[in-house]
Design a protein around this ligand. Structure first.
Ligand code: ZN
Length: 385
């Protein structure tokens, strides 16, 4: 009896080990566009979804901000993003890849209720970068799957609306992050830059089959992981011809005080998409860069004013791009579709703390839309219970 128990426990342990074992995942095979078809499968190709002509294809613009949101950077978000509309009458979108530390969850609730997308950027965002390169499946569950519960809990937002992740430092974790995504209800990753597929640019694709995308920050996934999408970070080209995956990481940008030069710089990169295969145009940045460089922020706002006036350009939440890619329709039809739906939530703001965090002995305060946690939430205890 006793041995039977030991054996059955051993069997359970082995079964779990098997599920988590990277070597045990099926290696992805070459993608065949005749087999891998929308809405649930797409090869890593530059063809426009649905075989549309560029002029009939909505030009999506995905604006994203990384890291913590707080009462400081919300000022920039309010001033630059709020109350914008696309020419189809729908509110303009943007996506926030948020990490836990120093995030004000009442601000999360505000952004969510303004219709913006809340996506995840890990609980710890810890250094060194090699931590992420070597992260296991279990590590990624603690960093992202647990963060989803944490975000929904403290920000009081609907857990099902959290679909996307961006790994800190854009450091890929091989199959681990995608396996975590598939098992925990995430739809897309937006951490993977491409330098080789910028003109024509790579459209989002699934990991059912082997990716042809260049791997800039290995390890990149090698397994077949159906149900997960890659939203490639199509790099910009700076003034010296170098690629940049984040706008604020360009090596040779225009002068940081020259608004006109920045406006033209943004337009040059935008036109590669708009006059090309209309793959989503990425504007990926950290708010701190705008805070330090007001001329760049002014150029950004001018750019948004321009695209919000164009009938074939749509500034949307990142997950709306995937909705379209899965069911591609021409611009004329897209403009007739209903706007994204928002199920509003409330926030009874509470100020909590100070807590002394067990992992680093620092003092933290938290602003939340739920009850105060017992201890400072961190890896392994995302709700601080
Ligand atoms: Zn970051």
């Amino acid at each position: 009896m006793k041995w039977a128990l030991v054996f059955s426990l051993l069997f359970v342990a082995l079964a779990f080990a098997d599920e988590d074992c990277e070597d045990c995942l099926p290696l992805a095979e070459t993608c065949d566009v005749e087999v891998c078809k929308l809405p649930d499968c797409r090869c890593s190709i530059t063809d426009i979804p649905g075989g549309l002509l560029p002029r009939n294809t909505p030009q999506f613009v995905t604006v994203t901000f990384d890291d913590g949101v707080n009462t400081r950077n919300i000022i920039t978000y309010r001033a630059s993003l709020y109350n914008r509309k696309n020419q189809n009458g729908c509110p303009a979108g943007a996506t926030f890849f948020v990490n836990h530390e120093y995030t004000d969850y009442t601000v999360i609730n505000e952004l969510y209720n303004r219709g913006f997308e809340i996506a995840l950027h890990s609980i710890s965002h810890q250094t060194p970068q090699s931590y992420w390169a070597e992260a296991s499946y279990e590590d990624m569950v603690k960093e992202f799957a647990d963060q989803k519960r944490q975000m929904a809990h403290f920000g009081n937002i609907h857990v099902d609306t959290i679909k996307g992740i961006r790994i800190p430092f854009l450091q890929m974790t091989g199959n681990a992050s995608f396996q975590m995504m598939a098992n925990h209800g995430f739809t897309y990753d937006c951490s993977w830059p491409t330098v080789s597929f910028t003109d024509p640019a790579l459209w989002p694709y699934t990991l059912d089959y082997a990716s042809e995308q260049d791997c800039i920050v290995p390890p990149c996934p090698t397994a077949s992981i159906p149900g997960t999408w890659v939203m490639p970070m199509v790099t910009w080209t700076d003034l010296a011809g170098f690629p940049c995956s984040m706008v604020d990481a360009c090596f040779s940008p225009p002068s940081l005080t020259d608004e006109n030069a920045w406006y033209n710089f943004i337009l040059t990169n935008f036109e590669r998409h708009y006059k090309g295969n209309r793959a989503p145009f990425p504007f990926f940045i950290h708010e701190a860069f705008f805070d330090a460089n007001p001329a760049v922020l002014r150029a950004f706002i001018r750019f948004l004013n321009l695209i919000n006036s164009l009938p074939d350009v749509f500034m949307v939440n990142a997950q709306e791009v995937l909705d379209w890619v899965k069911n591609p329709v021409p611009i004329s039809e897209y403009r007739q579709q209903p706007c994204r739906r928002l199920v509003p939530t409330s926030c009874r703001a509470r100020s909590c703390g100070p807590y002394t965090a067990a992992h680093n002995n620092l003092a933290y305060w938290m602003q939340v839309c739920s009850v105060c946690p017992r201890v400072y939430p961190w890896l392994g205890n995302p709700l601080g219970q």
